[in-house]
Design a binder for this molecule. Sequence first.
Ligand code: C2E
Ligand code: MG
Ligand code: MG
Ligand code: MG
Length: 279
Amino acid sequence: YHGKRGSSDIVVYAGENMAHPTQWLVVQAELRHALTRDELVLHYQPKVDLRSGEIVAVEALVRWQHPQRGLLPPSEFLPAVEQSGLIEPLTAWVLRRALADQAMWTATGRSWAVSVNVSARNLEKPGFTDFVSGLLAEHGTAPHRLLLEVTETALAADARCAAQAVIDLTARGIGISVDDFGTGYTSMSQLRGLPIAEVKIDRTFVRDVLDAPPSQAIVRAVIALAHGLGSRVTAEGVESPEVAGWLAQAGCDEAQGYLYSRPVPWREVGTYEITGAAQ
Ligand code: C2E
Ligand code: MG
Ligand code: MG
Ligand code: MG
């Protein structure tokens, strides 16, 4: 399907609104094409160590270079991907691309780890751990240089299944990160049994941490919880040096956000000056 479309067609990409079966077919066909024709691209956003100011890792964020619509953010197509059974091939594509890109930046002397976002469905799929291990072996990548970001909601979706996957992946040396922490429904007892490498504080709390005492309380509590469980803490959505400074004071380990860089192609990572390093 490559017909010309009007702006109202954007509704096709909003998962909840896809009631019409032919619209579903169009989206599915387009997404299959996107996967086979390499229309997807990965941008990377640095994770910065708040003490040293150095980039320690980068997070892969998928975009769709749509032939008619231009560069689409994940919110425009991930719901359709999730609901049409294409999340498996999408995650496979993202992992391969990210590991290939990482091999290139490693060859140019950067030791950055790479974070890849995965969905609940990926974790529930038997064989996912073996699949990821196989990809690491193919690329000659040490498992600790890959981190899989799982939203808190995904962990809660099918607690037992996801928890087992987390345990298996960690046993192979692959790091697990709990994304958007504070917005989902993970219970303390679920976290207790899980080997979590990183907790990411959702940007809704980070955004107003300077002037909202409740957000300050939540951020401090998440930092204490994560450290108590032996995890690193990363704050997402850091947009000002003042927020970065506050987080560093509060003991947060790493930060990500527009202050340092928007997501960019890997060759552009680190070409900017880091202004937010606290100290
Ligand atoms: P996320 O994993 O929580 O990623 C952070 C999102 O916040 C990204 O949006 C990023 O561009 C944005 N962001 C980063 N710093 C700032 C900031 O300082 N201010 C503001 N306002 N926003 C900031 P993006 O790239 O649109 O991705 C949205 C979500 O889509 C991601 O949230 C993640 O859940 C999902 N996603 C992205 N790529 C993939 C993927 O390859 N696979 C899967 N399953 N999900 C993905
Ligand atoms: Mg993420
Ligand atoms: Mg996040
Ligand atoms: Mg988020």
